[in-house]
Design a protein around this ligand. Structure first.
Ligand SMILES: [Cu+2]
Length: 263
């Protein structure tokens, strides 16, 4: 009975993964493809071990079921133990080394100097994205001047000329095939910036500016979510990433600049 349950268990698990019903949406960055490749490799290796060990267990349970014979006491097998443990170590270290490059490309390198800089500020329970405007410079921030109700949720210093043309919007619009450097900040508790299609997830930590960079290669609208349980409104803390063509991006900036100037 137990061996049948084990076989059924393996079949169900294999079906869940093989059907692809719960697979993530396609990646839209080259790093995303590398991460998927690494994920699939890890999955293939662990799935093989899982299937073989569970079916092996089912076989042993069936083969040595109670047929009235005397039980045999075993004290273990040192050679098998050593083999088993070193195989696991080699596997884990090997997979870690293979994944090092994809991880390093995102985490251990800086954005190119010509990357488009955009600031992402999170607070309970919204995202705000700031573009430096025509002067290409972000204005200074002054926490005392934070006032969402008067249209200054980030507290851009009114005395800093560089801040006059800054654009602040609730959704993130980026040009396709250009490197984006996102400067992630939080105004209150720990939040997160996560876009499944970018395969990018980064905490927003109060008091820190955490830079991440990515190059999206597919035009479209993607969901941004906060994946840190940040309070009662956490479930509705989401925004959108719009990846648009270069002309559309310039139009977007122009429109926003006009709006800002009209205020
Ligand atoms: Cu949050």
């Amino acid at each position: 009975m137990l061996s049948l349950v084990l076989v059924a268990f393996v079949a169900i698990v294999v079906y869940i993964f093989a059907s692809g019903k719960w697979a993530p949406p396609p990646a839209i960055t080259s790093v995303g493809h590398q991460i998927d490749h690494q994920y699939n490799l890890t999955l293939a290796v662990t799935a093989t071990v899982f299937i073989l060990s569970q079916l092996g267990l089912a076989w042993v349970v069936f083969r040595y079921r109670d047929r009235g014979q005397r039980a045999h006491y075993s004290h273990g097998n040192n050679t098998m133990e050593i083999l088993w443990t070193s195989a696991t170590v080699i596997l884990f270290v090997g997979l870690g080394l293979l994944g090092y490059r994809a991880w390093g490309e995102v985490r251990f390198t800086q954005a190119a100097p010509d990357a488009v800089q955009i600031e992402a500020t999170e607070n309970q329970f919204v995202f705000n994205f700031r573009y430096p405007g025509p002067d290409g410079k972000f204005g200074k921030l002054d926490p005392k001047q934070i006032s969402a109700s008067t249209g200054n949720p980030l507290g851009i210093d009114a005395n800093d000329p560089a801040g006059k043309d800054d654009i602040v919007v609730p959704t993130l619009t980026v040009p396709v095939n250009r490197e984006i450097e996102l400067l992630i900040r939080s105004q209150d508790v720990i939040h997160n910036f996560f876009v499944r299609e970018l395969r990018l997830q980064q905490d927003a930590v109060p008091g820190l500016v955490v830079p991440v960079h990515f190059t999206a290669n597919t035009v479209g609208r993607y969901e941004i979510v906060c994946t840190q349980l940040c309070g009662l409104g956490h479930y509705r803390m989401r925004s959108f990433l719009d990846v648009v063509s270069q002309p559309d991006y310039e139009n977007f900036l122009k429109q926003q600049e006009q709006q800002a100037a009209g205020q």
